[in-house]
Design a protein around this ligand. Structure first.
Ligand SMILES: C[S@@+](CC[C@H](N)C(=O)[O-])C[C@H]1O[C@@H](n2cnc3c(N)ncnc32)[C@H](O)[C@@H]1O
Length: 204
């Protein structure tokens, strides 16, 4: 099992050389910014629409921080490890997932497939890239709706609660087992919505 991201961030910090005087604080470089983006939070408008799709509340956010920006009934932080903790029974009422971008993405999507196959409705906000990858084909192949978000999403910096600059990826919102009509009305105006076959869209 991989190390939770907050631990990985701490580990990836440059080693401090033993010294009597305090080291100068380095300006963040691009690699730091990319690492910090795994903590960016979803803008509230997505949560409002997601609650509508799920009938009033988000039952589970399995990848979040202690301040629980989704106001989910149950949530997991890196300390709980949402990649290991059982998502049931709450997942049956609806899962919101904006996973940390990076090498564990495959593991998060595999978890979503595991639970959506057990009848759990899921909304996943993901980077709209890696369309050549088999695991993305498998994932999208079981979606019942996909929305390409218009304009670059301004994610929220968890430290300042203000829009973070430097999002380098377009976003897509993927619905698994959600009511397509509710999705359509709740996310009206968010972007281009593609209705996928309700019996699945098996990749070739
Ligand atoms: C992109 S942020 C999204 C936060 C929130 N879900 C939202 O939609 O605003 C990803 C979150 O995943 C959390 N995270 C990273 N690894 C995790 C793990 N193994 N288990 C639970 N949460 C994790 C991070 O702390 C971070 O808050």
């Amino acid at each position: 099992m991989s190390t939770p991201n907050h631990v990985r961030l701490a580990k990836s910090a440059p080693p401090t050389a033993p010294s009597a005087s305090p080291a100068p604080v380095a300006a963040p470089n691009m690699a730091d910014k990319k690492a910090l983006s795994v903590l960016w939070q979803t803008p509230e408008r997505f949560f409002v629409a997601a609650r509508t799709v799920f009938g009033g509340e988000i039952a589970l956010d399995p990848a979040t921080s202690a301040d629980n920006p989704a106001k989910a009934r149950r949530f997991f932080t890196p300390a709980d490890d949402g990649l290991k903790t059982d998502w049931l029974p709450d997942a049956k009422q609806g899962v919101w997932l904006n996973p940390p971008f990076g090498k564990d993405m495959k593991l998060w999507l595999a978890r979503v497939l595991l639970y959506s196959r057990q009848g759990c409705p899921v909304l996943a906000l993901l980077p709209a890239n890696r369309f050549e990858q088999g695991y993305i084909h498998e994932f999208l192949g079981e979606a019942n709706t996909v929305l390409f978000v218009r304009k670059r999403v301004s994610f929220i910096d968890p430290a300042t609660k203000t829009p973070a600059k430097g999002n380098i990826y377009p976003s897509m919102l993927v619905g698994m087992g959600v009511d397509p009509m509710l999705f359509k009305s709740a996310f009206d105006g968010f972007g281009l919505r593609l209705a996928v076959r309700s019996d699945g869209n098996q990749p070739g």
